[in-house]
Design a protein around this ligand. Structure first.
Ligand SMILES: C[S@@+](CC[C@H](N)C(=O)[O-])C[C@H]1O[C@@H](n2cnc3c(N)ncnc32)[C@H](O)[C@@H]1O
Ligand SMILES: [Zn+2]
Length: 412
């Protein structure tokens, strides 16, 4: 659901605007329908200042994650949004998150800065929100010094966050949190593997769980970049939605800790013939292996992050915030309840429809497959990555048998 529109036109800009309400914040944004001539045109990038109403879920979760981080750190925090567009995210942080001492909002586009400044003033935030107009990397580099660094940096760019990660790592304080969005799903999901290797330093695979691999590749890249600065990475939350992936990671200083996070890197081997997959820990492992289930050649993804994608305490803090704020947004509630199931679940997931498609089976309800796997003695939970997906520790052969059993019942 997109933000509520009031239809008010502001006269102070050289472009058409309107006021929307997102979360509990009223904000002036470009009036998108004024910039699309054809229905298939992508309105956010046609407008003179970037604003994408579809990213509301992304920002709703970011507000909860920032509040969870603030309560976890138990002090007043500083925040930076180096690629801010109209300022909706940073202004929401200032309005909706308690314990935020200061926020630096920045964009390279002068019109975006004008609008973000207007939004900060309109919401009486000038004492806590400072709006800048420069290159994100230059801005972050100026804060990369002791006592200047930020507690929370949200990198939300067009496409890949990688060009900004090095500066963001240098500008984050010990124990700070780095949030990042990636919308370049074609490289990360294996449609353009060369671009993924070039940008993220890992090989993707076009598997049914490619969105999970996308998060693992992106965290893997962050881990290796941070390790160069003796900074360790610990993922507290991540999710995939619409056309993007999102990660929230703690950055902790120390060579030993950084070594530990590098040890969490490894590879995923996948068999396209029978759905078998296995994780191989370590950066220097031998990858010349045959599928133990069917003997086919295994395909490699990585190096990538094999560690946890969610943290139990952090997810609880986010859930507490949902309750405290009496949030009713269905997508937020669904995402948080699904990810809580995934905290301790096995790596990768199977997509029931893909198995049915490959083996010519009728498609059974997901819940039946989950119950069948549980009855057979395995762990089985749904995943937020795919509404037809199941995370399980059962071998591919057993998953197929359970799906086939449920499919047969369908035909009776
Ligand atoms: C995806 S939009 C940001 C959306 C915003 N974070 C939100 O939640 O609505 C990316 C923004 O980055 C800005 N940008 C692109 N390159 C930049 C750079 N090198 N430095 C600073 N801003 C940049 C663009 O002008 C655009 O407004
Ligand atoms: Zn196989």
């Amino acid at each position: 659901m997109v933000g509520k529109t009031f239809g008010v036109e502001e006269l102070s800009f050289s472009f058409r605007t309107e006021v929307v309400k997102e979360g509990t914040t009223n904000i002036v944004v470009p009036k998108l329908e004024a910039y699309v001539k054809e229905p298939w045109e992508y309105a956010p990038s046609k407008a003179p200042v970037f604003y994408n109403p579809v990213m509301k879920l992304n920002r709703d979760i970011a507000v909860l994650a920032l509040q969870a981080y603030q309560s976890m750190s138990a002090r007043e925090i500083s925040v930076c949004e180096p690629l801010a567009g109209c300022g909706i995210r940073g202004v929401r942080f200032a309005m909706e998150v308690e314990g935020v001492l200061k926020i630096v909002i920045n964009d390279i586009n002068p019109k975006a800065v004008q609008l973000a400044q207007f939004n900060a003033e309109r919401n009486n935030l000038v004492e806590r929100v400072s709006v800048r107009n420069e290159d994100a990397n230059l801005l972050l580099s100026r804060y990369a010094a002791p006592r200047k660094r930020f507690d929370f940096i949200d990198v939300d760019p067009f496409g890949s966050p990688v060009p900004y990660l090095d500066a963001a790592i240098r500008a984050i304080r010990d124990g700070g949190m780095l949030a990042s969005t990636a919308t370049d799903m074609a490289p990360l999901c294996g449609v353009h593997p060369k671009a993924c290797v070039r940008k993220y330093g890992g090989k993707p695979l076009r598997t049914e769980y490619c969105h999970e691999l996308a998060i693992r590749l992106s965290v893997g890249c962050l881990t290796m970049m941070a390790a160069k600065h003796d900074v360790a990475i610990r993922v507290l939350f991540s999710h995939s939605a619409d056309h993007y992936i999102r990660t929230y990671a703690l950055a902790c200083y120390g060579a030993r800790q950084a070594d530990k996070s590098v040890q969490t890197m490894g590879y995923l081997l996948h068999c396209f013939a029978c759905f078998h997959r296995e994780a191989i820990g370590g950066m220097f492992s031998s990858l010349e292996r045959k599928c133990p289930e069917c003997g086919s050649k295994l395909n490699v993804a990585g190096p990538l992050w094999l560690g946890k994608l969610f943290d139990e305490d952090f997810c609880s803090l986010m859930a507490k915030e949902v309750y405290r704020r009496r949030l009713k947004e269905k997508r937020v509630l669904k995402l948080l309840s699904l990810t809580r199931n995934e905290i301790e679940a096995p790596i990768t997931y199977y997509v029931v429809d893909e198995i049915c498609d490959k083996f010519n089976l009728s498609i059974p309800p997901l819940i039946e497959v989950i119950n069948e796997l549980k009855n057979a003695g395995f762990q089985a939970v749904p995943t937020h990555f795919n509404s037809r997906g199941v995370r399980t520790d059962a071998p591919a052969k057993v998953v197929k048998e359970c799906v086939a059993k449920c499919a047969c019942r369908q035909n009776i």
